[in-house]
Design a protein around this ligand. Sequence first.
Ligand SMILES: Cc1cc2nc3c(=O)[nH]c(=O)nc-3n(C[C@H](O)[C@H](O)[C@H](O)COP(=O)(O)O)c2cc1C
Length: 311
Amino acid sequence: MPTRPDLGIQLGDLKLKNPVLVASGTFGYGQEYAQYFDISRLGAVVTKSLSREPRAGNKPPRLVETPAGLLNAIGLQNVGVEAYIAEKLPFLRERKATVIANIYGKTVDDYTALAERIEAANAADAIEANLSCPNVHDARQARGVTMVSQSPEAILEYTRAIRQATRLPLYAKLTPNVLDIREPALAAEEGGADAVSLINTLLGMAVDAEKRRPRLANIVGGLSGPAIRPVAVKLVWDASQVLRIPIIGIGGICNAEDAVEFLLAGATAVTVGSMTFRQPDAAMRVLDGLEDYMTRHQFQSLDQLIGAMKV
Ligand SMILES: Cc1cc2nc3c(=O)[nH]c(=O)nc-3n(C[C@H](O)[C@H](O)[C@H](O)COP(=O)(O)O)c2cc1C
């Protein structure tokens, strides 16, 4: 009998039993999905982005299907950090899920306050700072979108401040909407992030030809799903060439083979996002398939797989 491969990974001070996570905004706070599988089997649950105050999000329509993708402009609808702590966290703890709290704010102070509050309330095992949400500006007014993670200077400032505010492991989630991912990734590393999460959605839009109107009320949205996977794999690869900290790979992962693609390109962890909408237990299938793959290829641990693409 071959021994089972060790799927454990380390992201900063946090040891995860396996590298398969579920993406922020595609898994709520875990409750809806716990009826489909045991959420404690996941490497971690990443929560919907949490802000200091509850947010209603953007006006509908907020979701549009595109070829091999999904365009969303949810606008960070969430219950707010206090309701998360009081009403959502107990369920995640009771189910023994490992929890990464994804946080979002408009200012550095918002992020540091959120990080402090989450640590004080023991409300997560790590923090993912969403520095890359495309859906919180009114496109009519802004005529374009700016995000913290489009500026290496801003990433450095925000990451440093959050790093000082908490001892929890800190992951910086970055946007793919930049010319060269290495600069923002290095800025996050310099700021003290324990990992970078790559990627958030790609900016996109869709127009209804008959109505001659944008399909999203917000006009512009974020593209996710299999359509973005090659972009994400390439950005993970680019970042892995310069970073010392690990990369959490995200973007169109539907099955174990997709996950292996990210690992070979240099990701240490893999995250299932939009695919969960199609198949609620997609992350479990990825996990089981990854274990099969490793057994088949006689890999004892993930170290043998991470960044092992032959070039
Ligand atoms: C409906 C929806 C909501 C999302 N909300 C968030 C969010 O609140 N915070 C965040 O950091 N990312 C959010 N994302 C981005 C995902 O976490 C992920 O980075 C992206 O969808 C790419 O992965 P995928 O192609 O597997 O979906 C959202 C994505 C979708 C589709």
